[in-house]
Design a protein around this ligand. Structure first.
Ligand SMILES: Cc1ncc(C[n+]2csc(CCOP(=O)(O)OP(=O)(O)O)c2C)c(N)n1
Ligand code: SF4
Length: 351
């Protein structure tokens, strides 16, 4: 339950968003860094505290609303987006954040995630991707690598993994970003960008589960490999990595294909990042790098950010138009009008 003692958004601090009570994640879990980053970013957004709502499904990540001193709802497995959609539609002035995991949001809740995204509901979706089911003690998830040995894949997972960014782009997302719990500065910048977006903001956050999948993202951290494994995106800048010594080019041919070329510093052959491009082809191609093509670096940052009308805004417009035409409705007349039925010995229409 949120404590609202401070109603002036300009005076809010991180402390205002920290709930009382212990945080029940394992020591060292990546979730702590995400919680701290969200609590750091919220007071900077100029939004009154009572206007935030955090909605989650089930999983370690989904315990998030308990630790936020905001309104919130810990719902059922895979259904966070369903509840969040209802919350946003009936309270359009709320800033609604959804916290979900790779299992919760992409397995049991995949269908709901897809539809919230395609409708462009004005929701901030934070998908904590640890490539495992943490809460239920380490079964493989839709993002686990092929061949992963877990308690439910004793001989190695046969499934081909899902790339959350590709899933979001294919579902029509207007804002898609990737960041990591181990990089709080980048994480906070990405959260700010997501908060500023009107419509569905889908953010994949790489998160280490040090108990059941430790080191899943080690290559992004490891001193020897991090320069060649991360490519940080910047709007309007060329796709360069490895201390700008190499970059990504689009190979010409009948199939669009991205390859790596050395940077001679003279040519401008490298792709320029344009998150606002209406055509999502390039966003899709760069989102695959590293994840689906392990020989390439993984892009981090805002991959796509375009403006489309949001579902909640459109439905509010329809409602206003209907009220203007027919006047305020009455629930009673809806419940007892001529097209409702009483079920008795025989079915008779209410007169
Ligand atoms: C209907 C239903 N099916 C299965 C479960 C068991 N269950 C709880 S959490 C979970 C997976 C959570 O994984 P993820 O979303 O990746 O979250 P994490 O714990 O890793 O943060 C499952 C299968 C459940 N609670 N309810
Ligand atoms: S099981 Fe993994 S994801 Fe869950 S709290 Fe522990 S470290 Fe974090």
């Amino acid at each position: 339950m949120a404590t609202i003692t401070n109603t002036d958004p300009s005076t809010l601090t991180k402390k205002d968003f920290v709930a009382e009570g212990d945080v029940k994640w394992c020591p060292g879990c990546g979730d702590y860094s995400i919680l701290s980053s969200v609590q750091t970013v919220l007071p900077t957004l100029g939004i009154p505290k009572e206007k935030f709502a955090f909605i989650s499904g089930i999983g370690c990540s989904s315990r998030f609303p308990y630790y936020m001193d905001t309104y919130g709802f810990h719902t059922i497995h895979g259904r966070a987006l369903t509840v969040a959609s209802g919350v946003k539609m009936s309270n359009p002035d709320l800033s609604v954040w959804v916290v979900t995991g790779d299992g919760d949001g992409l397995s049991i809740g995949g269908n709901h995630t897809m539809h919230a995204i395609r409708r462009n509901m004005d929701l901030k979706i934070l998908l904590f991707n640890n490539r495992i089911y943490g809460l239920t003690k380490g079964q493989y998830s839709p993002t686990s690598e092929q061949g992963k040995v877990t308690k439910t894949s004793l001989m190695g997972s046969i499934d081909r993994p899902l790339n959350p960014v590709s899933f979001a782009i294919a579902s029509g997302a207007t804002f898609v970003a990737r960041t990591a719990a181990h990089n709080p500065k980048h994480l906070q910048e990405t959260l700010r960008a997501a908060a500023a977006h009107k419509g569905t903001a889908f953010v994949e956050i790489l998160q280490n589960c040090n108990i059941f999948n430790d080191g899943a993202f080690a290559k992004y951290l490891n001193k020897e490999t991090k320069e060649v494994e991360n490519l940080f995106l910047e709007d309007g800048k060329p796709l360069l990595f490895d201390k700008d010594s190499r970059g990504i080019v689009l190979e010409s041919g009948s199939h669009p294909k991205l390859t790596i070329e050395a940077n001679d510093g003279k040519t401008n052959k490298f792709i320029t990042h344009d998150p606002k491009a209406e055509d999502a082809t390039m966003a899709y191609l760069i989102g695959r790098l590293g994840i689906d093509e392990p020989s390439m670096p993984t892009v981090m940052g805002v991959i796509r950010s375009v403006n489309h009308s949001s579902y909640d805004a459109a439905i509010a417009e329809q409602e206003a138009a209907s009220i203007a035409k027919k006047g305020e409705g009455k629930l009673e007349s809806l419940l007892f009008n001529s097209s409702t039925w009483t079920v008795g010995d025989e079915v008779t229409a209410n007169k």
